[in-house]
Design a protein around this ligand. Structure first.
Ligand code: SF4
Length: 501
């Protein structure tokens, strides 16, 4: 096991975490499975289970990829003023690059949005960050967000934490949810947040900031960039400020650091989150650091040009043709005849995250707006079109789109890629929805795959020419059982790897 993962394991053991839930996806699948986490149908349910555990005195963690944060955002926003019981941490895995996701997203922005603390550790600070996240969560009765990037999780140079102490408050029995919070109104609970919670968080952020003072040029670094910034700052005689908290930021330490230096560079990723809060600094917004991973030479070049205030220039955009796909449809995939037919029929086709996304390049689907989205999107088409969705995506959030389509008598043909596994994230078993689907759409048809293309074309043609909701289940068994490990850039269910990532 990699050193970074060992640090997380040890911290969770020391804290006494009793409930871990997850939804697979790059880059967190390996971590979650190594922890023995319980898979959930989607991230909102995973987080709700963790909230229930916390309320009854069980320290809990939910492990999700970046886009999963959007799915659990509703109860997450509410929890800041609602309050919780035992420590509860949301581990958000951000995919830098992105290597295995449809978009690059920076989960640190959930800090100001949810008013919850966000910690952004480097690989060597993982033990400290996990225990600190649980400490602040339990002492302040709020969830804490632990943002971990793909390169931190894949760090193999980090040593397992040894001989570290957990905070005294975590050596006490876990707390339970305190109903006295309902003595306050919603406004009163928000006032309580600003009067007590936010000041305590700000103090925690200040006391965890680390400064190394050298010359009149300084670097502010967080997350995976920290080890690189440490080495470059030593070599170039620059000062360094490391922020463990991204929200709230340690503004007193930052302002002092800014006053002490003539030029300051902010090294972070993937977005200019810290930089956008500050004035008169250099970073991605000023063109000193370009978008993408930060390497040693990028930092050195930025520091050598730091006396120039604006380096923004034109960006060369990566194209799908300019880079070979990371993954394509498996040889002998039983669903290939369906993709062949879809690429010829002349109606709009909404695809979904999962294996269908791999068929984008052959023109089988036209658009993919995220996991579970296909049926909702196709329900909005002007005329009857097609939604192609995997059985995992259907269980995750697609089923609500189907219910809505039936409710409003939409004209939509739903084709389900039915292989009973979440193939893109490691072949996790999928809950059997067949009895529920039969009850929802009694005229549901089942096609055993691979079926001849002319047969598929006939069935799709019949269903497209009849009004209302049509449901066709395409049942097949994957030809591969090889799991693409996280370390090789496997894809999450929101992923588009192999197409244009
Ligand atoms: S994993 Fe299964 S469904 Fe996906 S492309 Fe391969 S064979 Fe087809």
């Amino acid at each position: 096991m990699r050193g970074a993962l060992k640090q997380i394991h040890q911290a969770l053991r020391d804290v006494g975490v009793g409930c871990i839930t997850y939804v697979p996806g790059y880059p967190i699948t390996d971590l979650a499975q190594s922890l023995g986490a319980e898979i959930a149908v989607n991230e909102k349910v995973a987080f709700e289970c963790a909230l229930g555990a916390s309320a009854t005195g069980v320290r809990s963690m939910v492990v999700v990829k970046q886009l999963g944060m959007n799915v659990l955002a509703d109860p997450l926003v509410i929890s800041a003023t609602h309050t919780t019981g035992a420590g509860i941490v949301v581990l958000a895995g951000d995919d830098l690059g992105p290597r295995g996701s449809q978009v690059e997203m920076d989960s640190r922005y959930y800090g100001p949005l949810t008013e919850l603390p966000v910690l952004d550790p480097s690989a060597q600070d993982l033990y400290k960050a996990v225990t600190e996240a649980f400490r602040v969560s339990e002492e302040l009765s709020i969830p804490a967000i632990l943002r971990i990037t793909s390169d931190v999780l894949e760090d193999s140079s980090t040593e397992p934490a040894a001989g570290q102490n957990i905070p005294p408050s975590l050596q006490q029995p876990p707390r339970r949810f305190d109903r006295s919070i309902w003595d306050l109104t919603a406004r009163g609970r928000h006032q309580r947040y600003f009067a007590r919670t936010l000041p305590a968080l700000s103090e925690a952020a200040e006391s965890s900031a680390r400064m190394e003072l050298r010359g009149d040029t300084g670097v502010i670094a967080s997350g995976s960039v920290v080890p690189l910034a440490e080495a470059v700052c030593k070599e170039t005689g620059s000062s360094l400020l490391v922020t463990l908290y991204s929200y709230p930021l340690p503004m007193r330490a930052i302002e002092r650091f800014l006053r002490m230096h003539r030029h300051v560079l902010v090294a972070e990723g993937p977005a200019p989150f810290i930089e956008s809060h500050l004035k008169d600094v250099c970073g991605r917004l000023t063109g000193h650091i370009s978008y993408g991973s930060i390497r040693e030479n990028d930092l050195k070049a930025a520091l050598s040009l730091i006396h120039i205030s604006d380096l923004r220039g034109s960006i060369e955009m990566e194209t799908a043709t300019g880079r070979p796909p990371r993954r394509s449809i498996c040889q002998g995939c039983p669903f290939m005849p369906l993709y062949g037919v879809l690429s010829r029929i002349d109606v709009p086709i909404a695809g979904d995250a999962g294996c269908t996304i791999l068929s984008l390049r052959m023109g089988a689907v036209d658009m993919v707006y995220g996991l579970g989205s296909a049926i909702g999107v196709a329900s909005g088409f002007r005329d009857k079109g097609v939604a192609i969705i995997g059985d995992y995506a259907l269980a995750h959030t697609g089923i609500q789109g189907l219910i809505n389509a039936i409710w409003h008598r939409k004209n939509v043909l739903v084709g389900v890629i039915w292989n009973r596994v979440a193939a893109m994230t490691g072949f996790q078993e999928v809950f059997d929805l067949e009895p529920l689907l039969k009850a929802l759409v009694p005229g549901m048809r089942i096609v055993e795959m691979p079926a001849p293309e002319h047969e598929i074309e006939r069935i799709l043609g019949e269903e497209l020419s009849s009004p209302g909701v049509s449901l066709v289940i395409f049942k097949g068994t994957c030809t591969t059982s090889i799991r693409a490990p996280d370390s090789q850039g496997s894809t999450g269910e929101h992923d588009i790897s192999g197409v244009n990532s």
